[in-house]
Design a protein around this ligand. Structure first.
Ligand code: ZN
Length: 575
């Protein structure tokens, strides 16, 4: 069944002209989101799908198709290149849906370099001692390709003159050679299959065992890069067991490194809220490779967020030994100063908000924040007719210049992840005077996230609705004529889906231009509901239904007597 279709025309500059059509098809058999890319374009196009923990690039010739299976659903980005021309847009990937991408048109020749993986390469093993076997096929045999040799030994009448053990050995040697070829061409899956056959025939040959371990490790590493973490884990585990038995220290340590990289990738693909599982994975990575810089750094970050400064410092210093980067040196200095300043965290225990400072308390910032939070509680609370239950932790930290914090995007700057995080400890009293309106928007925005989370969790409000509500409740207005025109263009062309199809986390959208557009989209849709569909009282019933555990669709019908889809269609007409 065709659920949604958005035709989109992407004319690439130059003499290539490539069109792309995206549609989503419901498929009850799918556990994970699936992207099926097919190219009918004359010439060579490259299609990249990138999102949370997933990056896959395919070069497609006319008639080629490819299926991609990211592990998570959410908003992914696609990039399409034909020759040196590039275009990009969003792919909303939902559970149980297949997203079909059809590329048509004509592409100019691919002049740009091909995508290559930067991951750890595994080295191949040198073949061992030759085994002598009679040659019943004559001298021409040596000149044949490996496939032809295998065919002859498997099928030809001449092969009947060999004893079954000789024939087995010869086939084993040929399979081994073929497997090494395939592994060298990075066809690890095929290599593994063929080398398994070789190993059955030459069970005592350490070289074959090593080659098989190498191919399995390569296969596992490839699965890691594709985001199939469980399969990668299984393959690398098998490869390790095989390599350990054969005593090749260098291959063993390469596989340990590949496993460390796997656990780090797996952890980084998880949302920040999965802190405990991420920590476990980073620790597992360190068991495989105690010097893994990314694992050390991330464990340092986690300790730092939990204000375990000593532990954070230790991890950061170890990461720095492996990867001496100037930014990391600065961070280490900062943590050292924070430890020295001790007295550490001053906690304001009055009321709903538990305000703490990372580093020492800044009195005027504390005073202003407490006042703005109290305003937010009253004013935002009145809109939703909700008060927070229990305490809301607020962490104030210092992060660079005021302009950078509150400069470009009204939505950027703060964060809510169970705690309201405000990067405002470094503001002077003059900064606060000049930027009070922005500061107020920032605090109101994060408070709205906190309030909705606090009252509706574990029921789920999708990110687009959260951001639309937070921006409107905070009185922010990200609209401007240029961004507005870009958004309309993106919606018309299908590069950006309708609000309700913006599944998942916006932080996965790496392109700041696209990110601005989806924040604006979320803002404008909620603004339309507020202006034209019954104001805050309807929003209030919507949130109540969600809080009561009703589905998003049912909650919209209940509050608006219209489906979400219908509301979106009406909105787009007025846009
Ligand atoms: Zn937000």
């Amino acid at each position: 069944m065709l659920v949604a279709g958005a035709g989109l025309l992407l004319a690439l500059p130059g003499w290539s002209k490539v069109d792309i059509l995206i549609q989503q098809v419901a498929d009850g058999s799918l556990q994970k989101p699936t992207v099926r890319v097919q190219s009918q374009a004359a010439g060579s196009v490259r299609f990249t799908c990138v999102g949370r923990g997933f990056l896959k690039t395919s070069t497609l010739e006319q008639g080629d198709s490819e299926e991609l299976n990211p592990a998570n659903y959410g908003v992914y980005q696609f990039r399409l290149s034909a020759g040196s021309d590039q275009s990009r847009g969003l792919l909303p990937l939902e559970e149980g849906k297949r997203t079909e991408v059809l590329i048509t048109g004509t592409a100019s020749p691919d002049r740009s370099p091909r995508f290559t993986s930067s991951s750890g390469e595994l080295k191949n093993q040198a073949p061992g001692e030759p085994i002598r076997i009679p040659n019943p096929f004559g001298p021409a045999f040596e000149k044949l390709s490996i496939d032809e040799k295998i065919r002859l030994v498997e099928d030809s009448p001449e092969a009947q003159s060999l004893s079954s053990s000789e024939r087995g050995q010869l086939l084993g040697i040929l399979y081994n050679e073929k497997g090494v070829q395939e592994a060298n061409s990075k066809n690890f899956e095929t290599a593994e299959e063929i080398l398994r056959k070789a190993q059955q025939l030459l069970a005592d040959e350490n070289t074959v065992r090593m080659n098989l371990a190498f191919a399995m490790a390569g296969n596992g590493n490839q699965k890691r890069l594709e985001g199939s973490f469980n399969l990668a884990d299984k393959k690398l585990g098998e490869a390790l067991a095989l390599a350990e038995g054969s005593g090749d220290g260098s291959l063993v340590s390469q596989i340990h490194s590949a496993r460390a990289a796997l656990y780090v990738d797996q952890a980084l693909a998880m949302p920040g809220s999965e802190q405990r599982r991420r920590t476990t994975l980073f620790e597992k990575a360190l068991e495989e490779n105690p010097d893994h810089a990314a694992a050390l750094f991330n464990l340092g970050q986690i300790a730092y967020q939990e204000y375990d400064l000593e532990t954070a410092l230790d991890y950061f210093e170890r990461a720095y030994q492996q990867s001496p980067q100037p930014d990391l040196a600065k961070l280490i200095d900062k943590v050292r100063i924070e430890i020295e300043e001790a007295g550490d965290f001053v906690t304001q225990d009055r009321g709903v908000f538990k305000i703490s400072f990372e580093g020492s308390e800044v009195k005027h910032v504390a005073r202003e924040t407490r006042k703005l939070l109290a305003d937010a509680e009253r004013e935002v609370g009145r809109k939703f007719v909700l008060r927070p239950k229990g305490a809301i932790p607020v962490v104030i930290y210092s992060a660079g210049q005021f302009q950078q914090i509150l400069g470009l995007h009204s939505w950027a700057g703060g964060a809510y992840d169970g705690k309201i995080r405000l990067p405002i400890a470094g503001l002077s009293e003059a900064d606060i005077d000049q930027g009070r309106d922005k500061l107020r928007e920032l605090v109101f925005h994060e408070f709205t996230h906190a309030l909705l989370h606090n009252r509706t969790s574990p029921a789920h409000i999708p990110v687009w609705l959260h951001e639309g509500l937070a921006q409107n409740a905070a009185g922010q207005n990200p609209d401007n004529p240029m961004l507005h025109a870009q958004l309309i263009d993106s919606l018309n062309s299908g590069r950006i889906p309708m609000p309700s199809r913006l599944a998942g986390d916006f932080t996965g959208i790496a392109d700041p231009g696209l990110a601005s557009q989806v924040y604006l989209e979320s803002y404008l849709f909620i603004k339309y509901l507020l202006d034209k569909q019954g104001g805050w009282s309807r929003i209030k019933s919507l949130v109540s239904s969600i809080e009561a555990g009703e589905s998003l669709e049912a909650s919209f019908r209940k509050a608006y007597r219209k489906s979400l889809d219908e509301l979106e269609q009406r909105w787009i007409k007025e846009l």
